[in-house]
Design a protein around this ligand. Structure first.
Ligand SMILES: [Zn+2]
Length: 210
């Protein structure tokens, strides 16, 4: 297959890859888009890997809430993503779900894959944590990515404004301190996450249903 870009006539194989970061709050359709992208590339005869971390199903799969699923490789902290790709005969693209939870070193490895091996990297994740502060891996993606897209797939705050930020709710209160990554329960109070607009995240207002 010959593929030409608008910017150059360099054939596939000798071109640089592209590093793209798609970010948005919970439930904005990131995993669904990741799976759709994998499906589309495969149909074109391209070969790729799907990576994930802390997937909500608990197993090494990318699951989306509309029920698509795909075998995925679990990204543990000491996994070298360049070495992983080079173990495979041919990898045209890598889809990285939950990339906000990767290490900063792994984000550097993704950039190496695009620059040195011509691999297209499509990373999906949250930008910021429950305090509205950036995850280190997300920050590095903002710094390095060729293209950045904010995903806004009809996820709304209780007030109807666009949902921008994830709030951590313990019991019935929004909390602003604690571990950056925390899933499930801590001690007596259940932990959940709720998407809020910027105004209500900053005000700590969970609305009547909160
Ligand atoms: Zn709001």
């Amino acid at each position: 297959m010959t593929e030409l870009s608008a910017l150059s006539a360099v054939p596939v194989g000798s071109r640089d890859g592209v590093l793209r970061f798609y970010f948005g709050p919970m439930d904005c359709g990131k995993s669904t888009l990741a799976l759709q992208m994998n499906y589309n590339h495969r149909r074109q005869g391209r070969r790729g890997l799907v990576l994930t971390k802390h997937d909500r199903s608990g197993g090494p799969q990318v699951t989306s809430r509309i029920g698509l699923g795909s075998e995925a490789i679990e990204v543990v902290d000491d996994l070298d993503l360049v070495a992983l790709v080079r173990e495979h005969e041919r990898v045209d693209y890598v889809i990285c779900d939950e990339a906000c939870f990767y290490t900063v070193a792994q984000i550097e490895q993704l950039a190496d894959l695009t620059d040195h091996f011509g691999v297209d990297v499509y990373a999906f994740g949250l930008a910021s944590d429950f305090r509205s502060q950036m995850f280190p891996a997300a920050q590095r993606l903002f710094e390095l990515a060729d293209e950045i897209s904010r995903l806004q797939v009809e996820v709304l705050c209780w007030c109807g404004r666009p949902g921008r930020l994830n709030a951590r709710v313990v019991g019935d209160r929004l909390v602003r301190t604690g571990e950056q990554v925390m899933i499930g329960d801590t001690g007596d109070a259940p932990v959940r996450y709720q998407v809020l607009c910027r105004r209500h995240h900053r005000a700590g207002d969970l609305g009547a249903a909160g």
